[in-house]
Design a protein around this ligand. Structure first.
Ligand code: CO
Length: 503
């Protein structure tokens, strides 16, 4: 076996606080740890993307590119990583290629080094534009395989996806286990298979939600993984990544154990503990414990806690087990799509509707879009009866093309709209405004010293054809999870549903 030490990436500044503190760490708070993090010799610092852009512009009055500039100044030595949802950029819906390309080029200009690009369906057509843009900017393109459990997601199938990612010209492959469901031996099989079939480095990303993240990393190290993602307590463990110190101890005496300065780690933990306390309105003991229900129901932990609340609102709290049992059926009908933002919400809502009204008696618009191919190709095939129903209800045949091919370019219109509102019209503002129009306007109103004007009820930006409702976001008391609320009209009746972001 190789004796090359495994490299730890650090996720404190992105997934760490996204998973454990509702993505609320501010740039100012980050500034107190970034210089020291930069001296640790981590493989990379994950600092941007995922939900951080949304939370920054929405709750912290920060323009996202300003944070990136600050972090590049504060931590210039260590390569920085961002999480990019392919054609969704960092939103829930598909954007046209020109917006994706402008976003990547702008992030690269501001110094982003490694772009971890994923698609919720593992449809590689949904990441190819972003990957091409990253390569064009001369940056590191990390293609992602989303891990999920289903009869079609065999280790062999996931390894095959990895070989296709290498063939696309990516510089590395990430196995992304957003739910913390990757069992150690499966981690071993996937990494082993990839290491024998691809030449580019392999990274594993998991969560401690189910309590075996560190064991999965250990198995991946045995199988030859190049890098793993760790965080630093208290922004580690539970729904976050395994803690760096704990992972080092788990690898004691192992020939591949890396070496990181424990005195510095200790100082970082002290400072992060102080920040964690500052963020206490957004942290929760529920995120800090091992959740067995994740294993029982094989769905992401965040989705479970969110669902309990949602069912309560629907006066269906006593039907939790029924809805959970309906989820695999819905997933099977929709081609065994992985459960990650935004597909986790789509499957959950449809399972709830099936239990409440009978199977497919109420077909949610988003589930219908999955069935009709507007999110991309599903890993398994769509149930023929469900597809026939979707075609009949929508009056449209199944779409088999690349989803973004159905979208018109938007950058000229975005620029014109910003000019009309007297806001900056550079690409940075266009791409953030494309995703968060109301928030960008509000930010500038605040900056101009005006009293925060009332937010218009409807987003002014032209929306792409395949669109999700603009979610209003809040934190559910008792869980301190950031969620979005969507309104669905079902049989003429308005229903409110809550969705939660998983990264
Ligand atoms: Co994650």
């Amino acid at each position: 076996m190789s004796t090359v030490p495994v490299v730890f990436n650090n996720t404190v500044l992105r997934d760490g606080h996204q998973s454990l503190a509702a993505t609320r760490m501010s740039t100012k708070q980050m500034a107190t740890v970034a210089p020291e993090l930069d001296t640790m010799g981590f493989g990379s610092l994950e600092t941007w993307g995922g939900a951080t852009i949304d939370a920054g512009v929405r709750y912290l009055s920060e323009f996202p590119f300003d944070r990136l500039d600050a972090l590049k100044r504060l931590a210039p030595k260590t390569p920085q990583t961002m999480l990019l949802r392919g054609q969704n950029i960092v939103q829930y819906t598909n954007f046209p290629d020109d917006v994706v390309e402008a976003f990547v080029a702008a992030a690269a200009r501001h110094g982003m080094d490694i772009f971890r690009v994923f698609d919720a369906l593992n449809d590689l057509r949904n990441i190819e534009t972003a990957i091409r843009a990253v390569k064009k900017a001369g940056k590191h393109a990390q293609g992602t395989v989303c891990y999920t459990t289903s009869p079609v997601h065999t280790p062999e199938m996931l390894i095959e996806l990895g070989t296709r990612i290498e063939a696309m010209g990516c510089d590395s492959i990430c196995i992304k286990d957003m739910a913390g469901l990757l069992p150690p031996y499966v981690a071993y099989q996937i990494v082993r298979g990839l290491k024998t079939r691809v030449k580019i480095p392999v990274v594993v990303h998991t969560h401690e939600t189910a309590g075996f993240g560190a064991a999965a990393y250990y198995a991946a190290v045995e199988a030859g993984v190049d890098r793993v993602d760790t965080a630093i307590s208290p922004f580690a463990n539970g729904t976050g990544q395994p803690d760096t110190w704990r992972m080092l101890q788990a690898l004691a005496q192992h020939p591949r154990r890396p070496s990181y300065d424990l005195a510095k780690l200790s100082r970082l933990r002290d400072e992060l503990t102080r920040i964690y306390a500052e963020l206490s309105p957004f942290t929760s003991p529920r995120n800090e414990v091992v959740d067995n229900d994740v294993l029982i129901y094989q769905v992401p932990g965040g989705m479970l806690s969110n669902f309990r609340n949602q069912l309560k609102e629907q006066k269906m709290a006593d039907r939790f087990v029924e809805v959970m049992r309906e989820m695999p059926y819905v997933r099977q009908c929709l081609g065994w799509i992985p459960l990650v933002t935004p597909t986790s919400q789509i499957v959950g809502v449809q399972a709830m509707l099936n239990v409440k009204f009978g199977r497919w008696k109420n077909f949610s618009p988003e589930a219908m879009k999955v069935a009709l191919g507007y999110y991309g190709q599903t890993p398994g095939s769509i149930d023929p009866e469900v597809l026939a129903l979707a075609e009949k209800l929508s009056g449209k045949p199944r779409y088999t093309g690349r989803p973004a091919d159905a979208l018109e370019p938007r950058m000229p219109a975005l620029r014109a709209e910003l000019a009309q509102k007297s806001l900056p019209t550079d690409d940075e503002h266009c791409v953030i405004y494309a995703m968060f129009p109301r928030e960008v306007e509000k930010l500038y109103q605040e900056r101009a010293g005006k009293a925060a004007a009332p937010v218009p009820a409807v987003a002014a930006a032209p929306q792409p054809e395949v669109k999700a409702p603009e979610p209003a976001q809040l934190v559910i008391p008792g869980t301190n999870k950031k969620i979005s609320r969507l309104a669905l009209t079902i049989g003429g009746k308005r229903h409110q549903v809550s969705v939660e972001e998983l990264g």
